[in-house]
Design a protein around this ligand. Structure first.
Ligand SMILES: [Zn+2]
Length: 262
């Protein structure tokens, strides 16, 4: 396992910080409209974080700040297991890539063999609630139930998930407390494929970064979308070409420290 190999080059000392400090001088007033527009555009690109950043939550920004030096790529798949999960497992196996599956607890008992194979082939399992509900609209006790019932289903298969991904990326302080009560960390994503919109998956790849710093991040997909599964072989090829080192969610977090936090 990558995370357990102390001699791996990912563990080499990081290069000296090259972060730029915040500007000390005030911004001229004529630039303020432009900066406001830029801020809005950036916020629209990261719709998932819904409340003030909590250091115990791995939101889009926290994940984007990791994995820079090694081009780590964690492919994550939400909403399964489903009818197309097994086909996706075949693709991952053939490509030698392991992914992370954030499963819906109420679906787990429908696909026990798929779940067992998923783990046996080195993929990671995360918790995506029991009924795929928007946790922010639930009472604290219901939130805890959504998380714990999924963990109980997974425990029947010997699986203990480390991460909770709240559906739609929506969570609140009660979610953070409930996750902590289950010894879990909330983990979102840093690259949204928006595959549920059925658009060109390749459009999410930042073309200009190819050959410069490579592609990296925690990629969000849905394994119950046939189009996603069909596109995955070519997409993985493109990511390999771009220099991705494929890891699971845990490996992504464990082998990459935060970069340049001012
Ligand atoms: Zn979902």
């Amino acid at each position: 396992m990558l995370a357990q190999t102390t001699a791996h080059p990912l563990h080499a000392p990081r290069a000296p910080r090259q972060c730029r400090p915040f500007p000390a001088r005030p911004v001229p007033a004529r630039f303020l409209p432009f900066l406001c527009a830029l801020l809005v555009a950036l916020l629209l690109q990261h719709p998932a974080p819904a409340l003030a950043r909590d250091p115990s939550v791995l939101d889009g920004l926290a994940l984007a700040q990791r994995g820079v030096s090694a081009n780590l790529c964690a492919l994550t798949f939400d909403d399964g297991p489903g009818q197309t999960t097994e086909a996706l497992l075949n693709i991952l196996r053939d490509k030698g890539v392991r992914g992370t599956f954030f499963v819906v607890g109420s679906r787990v008992h429908l696909y026990p063999d798929v779940m067992k194979r998923l783990v046996a082939e080195g993929n990671e399992v995360g918790n995506h609630t029991f009924t795929h509900t928007s946790l922010r609209q639930r009472a604290p006790v219901e939130q805890l139930s959504e998380i714990s019932r999924t963990n109980e289903e997974l425990a029947k298969l010997g699986i203990v998930p480390r991460y909770l991904r709240p559906p739609y990326g929506r969570y609140d302080n009660a979610t953070i407390d409930a996750a902590a009560a289950q010894s879990m960390t909330i983990a979102l994503w840093s690259v949204d494929s928006r595959d549920w919109r059925k658009h060109d998956l390749f459009a999410m790849l930042p073309r200009k970064s190819f050959g410069v710093r490579g592609v990296r991040g925690v990629f969000l997909f849905h394994d119950n979308h046939r189009e996603t599964v069909e596109a995955m072989p070519a997409l993985i090829d493109r990511l390999i070409e771009a220099g991705c080192t494929f890891v699971t969610m845990s490996e992504y977090v464990d082998t990459s420290g935060p970069l340049c936090l001012h």
